[in-house]
Design a protein around this ligand. Sequence first.
Ligand code: VTB
Ligand code: MG
Ligand code: MG
Length: 327
Amino acid sequence: MAKKIAGGLDRILTMELVRVTERAAVAAARLRGRGDEKAADQVAVDAMRAELNRLAIKGTVVIGEGERDEAPMLYIGEEVGTGEGPEVDIALDPLEGTTICAKNLPNALAVIAIAEKGSLLFAPDVYMDKIAVGPGYPAGIIDIDAAPEENIRKVAEAKGVPVGELTACILDRPRHAKLIEAVRGTGAAIRLIGDGDVAGVIHTTDPDETGIDIYLGTGGAPEGVLAAAALRCIGGQMQGRLLLDTPEKVARAAKMGISDPSKVYTIEEMARGDVLFAATGVTDGNMLAGVKFGRNFITTDTIVLRSSSRTVRSIKARHQDLEKFDA
Ligand code: VTB
Ligand code: MG
Ligand code: MG
């Protein structure tokens, strides 16, 4: 095993992780645009699990495909890896944006984050209210409890542009009608996305490339932790609050160690310690290209991030050994 860097995860894992999302992405991409979300998700899960089990780690899935009784694979609590290696927590979504993939729309991803044991938020699969901006803003610029208008105004001011030049990313859901109205009222533009808020949050880290300055709204809590893991590596600010609006959800969260149901989580409270994050594009997107099936090779586009060094690596791979993706 490669040398362990003081206080961090094994560096070699950074590269190892790329294979995990590449393989899940290729599997899902074969089913792009077939209108079958479940099938695309299933092949991505199988592929990610197979590759994950080759890693020299003693991993526990803390954010996965669901709670044990509802997900046969990569469920929360499942142990993965060879069992020989560092003890790590894993957050994953083999196909983030199953519907996007089924419709062959932009920004479906295969995503994973690995962190030192005990350093990822153990979140139940409920909704999370989220707000995020990329790096370069003064600390505390966004506030989940402030009106959306105020957040938008502050971000525009700090960016030094008129509010009308700002774009917010919001999931296109009826529950966001008021939020959308409020943001539109400021004069800011909105990119309404059908799914894929992990990508939506990450897009705030590179507004010149993606056109997204701020992410707002309610999406999955697992996706919130994954997005926080990415921002932990790239920089930026994010707040999240679990929507524990029934006694049943409060109880479920309590079982996972969450005693304050209305707590606002910062990035560091969702993803501490040394964090590695990888995402491979399944469909073409604003940051990552989708998988391409060529005559002689398959091309994948991945970003892999490491919090301790803040390195952002972009890995475009040509895979000639096509059989490995069918194994
Ligand atoms: C979002 C979106 C995901 O779930 O988190 C969403 O980013 C939230 O749930 O891609 P609803 O669809 O119920 O609004 C996904 O759509 C699926 O994981
Ligand atoms: Mg999933
Ligand atoms: Mg998802």
